[in-house]
Write a protein that binds this ligand. Sequence first.
Ligand code: AP5
Ligand code: MG
Length: 216
Amino acid sequence: MRIILLGTPGGGKGTQAKLICEHFDIPHISTGDIFRGKIKEGTPEGKEISEYTGKGQLVPDRLTIALVEERLKKDDCKKGFLLDGFPRDEKQAQALDVIMNNKHEQINFVFLIDVPKEIIIDRILGRRVCPKCGESYHVKYNPPKESGSCDVCGTSLIHRADDQEDIILDRLAIYNRSTEPILKFYEEKGILHKIKGDGRIPEIFAQISGVLSKTQ
Ligand code: AP5
Ligand code: MG
């Protein structure tokens, strides 16, 4: 099963990706997480990446595509995978097609998690993440057991560097300009599933897993 999760910043891609990947036992490949890992390492590549992510801009295609291509070569992707936040523009969508064709594989499902803008801002501003293990929470909708601490490793939770209102607005504008146009590409292939993303986390997961289970 090869899946792409698309949707606005803060729409719930990471939250649903975790549930899907646990349930269907496939690796979760998030370009955002890969980039945050590189930034944490403090390498020149990480520094270059942070210049873009810090402003909410897309990391250049050449770097993004090369990292995804490398990740998809790993053995764990043989059983399938979920791409969270990739592709994000036409160039990336075309590059992914070439990568898949070369492997004689294809993407089976593309889910768009569709969430109204007012809800997105509330979700992003309330998000807290663990700087150590990457686990993500929401102060109201998905709180940790102990306020301010990660359930998994106990580390103090923080705001993501790009989760400030002015940067969020830029991320949303870039989504509308660069990512929304690629939905048509997948619609024409007949693999796009639009999911109503303004419900509760388990309800959204039920919609997605309903589609996936039906076609297994
Ligand atoms: P990335 O990390 O992918 O950020 P994003 O796309 O902006 O999406 P988010 O991670 O902010 O949101 P999400 O949809 O995962 O929502 P979440 O589940 O956390 O990318 C970061 C940056 O990296 C980009 O800006 C760009 O610079 C760069 N980048 C990444 N990919 C790239 C690419 N392909 N090309 C170029 N550059 C790239 O949920 C949000 C909050 O809401 C959480 O607190 C959660 O608990 C809560 N929540 C989730 N679902 C619900 C629900 N149903 N009800 C209530 N609360 C909910
Ligand atoms: Mg995410």
